[in-house]
Ligand binder design. Structure first.
Ligand code: IPE
Ligand code: IPE
Ligand code: MG
Ligand code: MG
Ligand code: MG
Length: 293
């Protein structure tokens, strides 16, 4: 895969891809396995994986253990993208510069790939190599279930779909809640994985993730308006066409950019107790809004 993102992300990306390659079912096994590998292994910035690895590093977690949590969150994320692209959702034919699963295969395969990736994530977390202590594994599993489910990411997706046909445009507050669910919850789990596995308090990482999660989705919405298909690897200008409620639709580009930049400053401030050891997390916070992909 050719990458155009910073070196510090590339390194984590190749590590997590190696782990995913080992954890995913083999192509030779089934057609379903081939489609799962297409959805997970072909590109992606691996931002959530990076957050798991870096928060793990900050809280003294063994890299081999963080790597499994990173692989798990990338499986849930990839599942969410496969389903997000389905005709009944955003109806997209391009993802990470490749045909989406329902285009390359069919809709039934895309639904099942998503289902299988989601359960694989929990299977990975439940393995003793993820954390020797059962109660730590249970905490990771429970928190990911909550983050991904009907009070988190799936709720955000439902709110996103509902907003397309809402009679009155969403308020800023409603959009903030929607985006915190749809994108923020999974990013929140990724950043909290370090302190959870390191048996520490999650509040600093939660505050950091709350800010960058929102900034990340604002930038996604900005790129939908002014990004390029070549850089993002997906179809653009789809939000306005679908009548989607975003920060950009409500605030306009300039104010949305200012809001995203304020959030990144906020995220970096939260990290001050860590000093220089959190520099990678500061760097990725800036990448979240500087990226063109
Ligand atoms: C795209 O996520 C979908 C959103 C939640 C906004 P990413 O931009 O992290 O997608 P990949 O993993 O890099 O393809
Ligand atoms: C996707 O949001 C969020 C989830 C998959 C949970 P978008 O629909 O904005 O993501 P893109 O723009 O298709 O990547
Ligand atoms: Mg969507
Ligand atoms: Mg979409
Ligand atoms: Mg989008």
């Amino acid at each position: 895969v050719t990458r155009h993102f910073p070196e510090f992300l590339t390194l984590t990306a190749s590590q997590v891809e190696q782990a995913l390659d080992n954890l995913l079912p083999k192509t030779a096994d089934t057609a379903l396995a081939t489609a799962m590998r297409h959805a997970v292994l072909n590109g992606g910035k691996r931002l959530r994986a990076f957050l798991v690895m870096e928060s793990g590093q900050l809280y003294g977690v063994q890299p081999a253990q963080s790597l499994r949590a990173a692989a798990a969150v990338e499986c849930v994320h990839a599942y969410s993208l496969v389903h997000d692209d389905l005709p009944c959702m955003d109806d997209d034919d391009l993802r990470r510069g490749q045909p989406t699963v329902h285009i390359k295969w069919d809709e039934a395969t895309a639904v099942l790939v998503g289902d299988a990736l989601q359960t694989l994530a929990f299977e990975i977390l439940s393995g003793p190599q993820t954390a020797p202590d059962t109660s730590l594994r249970l905490r990771l599993i429970r928190d990911l279930a909550i983050a991904a489910g009907s009070a988190g990411m799936v709720l955000g997706q439902a709110q996103d779909v509902a907003a397309e046909t809402a009679l009155t445009p969403l308020t800023l507050e409603q959009i903030t809640v929607l985006q915190a669910n749809k994108t923020g919850a999974l990013i929140g789990w990724a950043a909290a994985a370090g302190p959870i596995m390191g048996r520490s308090d999650t509040s600093i990482m939660a505050a950091y993730a709350g800010a960058i999660g929102l900034a990340f989705q604002i930038q996604d919405d900005i790129l939908d308006v002014e990004g390029s298909v070549a850089d993002t690897g997906k179809r653009l200008q789809k939000d306005a066409a679908a009548g989607k409620a975003t920060f950009v639709s409500l605030l306009g580009l300039d104010q949305a950019k200012r809001r995203a930049s304020d959030l990144v400053s906020q995220a970096c401030d939260v990290l001050s107790p860590f000093g220089a050891s959190a520099d990678n997390l500061r760097q990725v916070a800036r990448f979240v809004i500087d990226r063109n992909m």
